[in-house]
Structures are given as C-alpha cells and as structure tokens.
Design a binder for this molecule. Structure first.
Ligand code: KPL
Length: 297
C-alpha cells in the first residue's frame, strides 16, 4: 500500500519503521522538506530498524492510498490544509494525536477521515527512537465517507499491533481526553511523574466529575465510576512516565492544553456548564507557556 506519514516524531517514526518492514511503500513528510530521513527504532523486543526513508515527494503524496498524521494537535491544521488538494479525495486520512478540536479547524471534510488514539509509548533521544511499551491503537471513522475503510485496521494491525476498529471512535477519544485532562495538567502543576498524580485525589475527582458532565451534555455514554477506574489504571500503567505536557513545559515547548482542557471548556460553555477545576488548570498551563514565551521575546 502507498502511504504518506506526516510528522516524524517518536510515534511517527514507529509507524514509518513498522509499515516499511511490512513491505508498504511508505514516505515521511516533514515541515521543512528533505528528500529522506534516517529512521532508527529500537523495539521493546530488541528488534532494531535502521533505514533511510524517502520524504516529501509530491508525486508519492498525490498517489498515496492512506495518509497518517502523527503531529501534535496544534500543528495539524497548518500542516494538513495546504496538502489536502494534493491528496486524492478517495484516500483516507488518519489523525493520531492527543485531544480533540482539529477536525473543526479543517472545515468541510471532503476526504474520508479517521481518528485514533494510541497507548504505544516511545521517546526519542538524539534521533534514536526507543519503543518502550507496546500498546493499542484505537481507530474509527469520523465522517460517513470513512465508514467503509475498516479494513485499514487490519493492515495497520499487521504492521504495529494491536489496532482495533471502533464504530463509535468519538466515545473512545473522549475517554482518552478525560485521562489527559487529569494526568497532563496535574502532573505539570505538581511537577511529578504520572504515578505521583495519585497524591491529589480531590483534584482528580473534580476534573473527572466536570468532564463527565460535559460528556453527558454531548450525548455520549459515560459511567463516572468506570471512568475513574480507567484514569487510575492509566496512572498505574504509566506511573514511571512523565506526561507529554509536563515534558513540553519542561522543554519550553507549546503544549496541547488548548486541545485537551481547552476543548473540554469550550464544549462546557456551549452547554452552559461550569468547569472551575478545569478552568484553573487551563489558566495555570497557559501562564506557564506565557512565562517562557516572555523569556524568548
Ligand atoms: O497520553 C498521555 C500523555 O502523556 O500525553 C498519558 C496517557 C498521560 C501518558 O503519559
């Protein structure tokens, strides 16, 4: 299958390596165009992938049968909008990122759009990617044109298991949003690992309660107790990790707060709901971002 992968961070490179190994005709797509990229991925099973992958070929993009976008949420619309006229309108585009709100930024969706979340863990040091934990990638259609593309889940599963297809992917993504609304800002506020977030149970409960109210108002199915269990499970499973937001703030990078807590707050306002704890965390993270923006200015 001919595939273009936009965004070549740790998770993007994981997919580049896995799909190339599976025999697919894959190219990477970088913001600053380059003709190839050296991909060096070290798997959890000591499997090593080291290959030069072609990049930024317009003809390849124009004939790609699948486009995967592995960018931070705030990068998606700027990167994807100029490329949409080049991508065949029958080729599905899969967005894989934390948070929600990017689809709204893309306007009318002519292509089949899929969305997904992944629990694979990978980090990059000196251009070397370490795939530290295997996980599950949940994907599904977000517009009617994409509903027929469920066989993509099998193709992706053969390359980088597990991949699961969901008929109600928005519900799955919202559940991941709740996990991120809890762990990401709290681990950043308290400058701690995901595991140490457990020391703030009242804050956790307030964030979950507000998120569940918004989900109900959105007409989504949610059970608060089960959601709370899910959040604590992820805290335990990733207890040694630092959340992506805590890492972004530590490295003075823009965070995904607008697409996580910010998205939740926007939806809450539309339903006339108050979200005081999420508001507080949103402003706290925005102030942190502002403080290092000021340092740069
Ligand atoms: O998705 C994550 C993130 O850090 O962005 C969690 C689930 C919190 C794992 O670190």
């Amino acid at each position: 299958m001919k595939i273009t992968l936009i965004g070549c961070g740790a998770i993007g490179k994981l997919w580049l390596a896995a799909l190339t190994s599976q025999g697919h005709d894959v190219q990477g797509w970088l913001r600053v165009a380059q003709s190839d990229l050296f991909v060096d991925v070290n798997g959890p099973d000591d499997k090593i992938f080291r290959e030069l992958i072609p990049c930024n070929n317009h003809q390849h993009l124009h004939t790609s049968e699948l486009v995967i976008v592995c960018l931070k949420a705030w990068q998606v619309s700027d990167a994807l909008l100029p490329l949409l006229p080049i991508i065949p309108e029958t080729s599905p585009i899969l967005l894989l990122h934390n948070g929600l709100g990017t689809l709204e930024e893309l306007g009318t969706l002519r292509h089949p759009f899929l969305s997904g979340v992944t629990t694979h863990a990978a980090w990059q040091d000196n251009n070397q990617v370490f795939h530290t934990a295997s996980g599950i990638t949940h994907i599904g259609a977000v517009n009617s044109q994409a509903e027929a593309y469920y066989p993509i889940a099998n193709i992706l599963h053969e390359a980088l298991p597990d991949v699961a297809w969901h008929n109600q992917i928005l519900n799955t993504i919202w559940r991941k949003l709740v996990v991120n609304c809890v762990i990401n800002p709290l681990s950043t506020e308290h400058n701690c690992t995901n595991g140490q977030v457990i020391h703030y149970p009242e804050q956790i409960a307030r964030v979950i309660d507000e998120c569940c109210q918004v989900m109900v108002a959105e007409g989504l199915h949610i059970d608060k107790e089960e959601m709370t269990e899910r959040v604590y499970d992820i805290i335990h499973q990733t207890s040694e990790n630092y959340s992506s937001m805590r890492q972004d703030v530590r490295h003075h990078r823009r965070t995904e707060i607008d697409y996580i807590t910010g998205f939740l707050i926007k939806k809450a306002r539309a339903h006339g709901l108050a979200t005081p704890e999420n508001d507080r965390l949103y402003h706290l993270i925005k102030n942190r971002e502002q403080s290092y923006d000021n340092l740069r200015a």
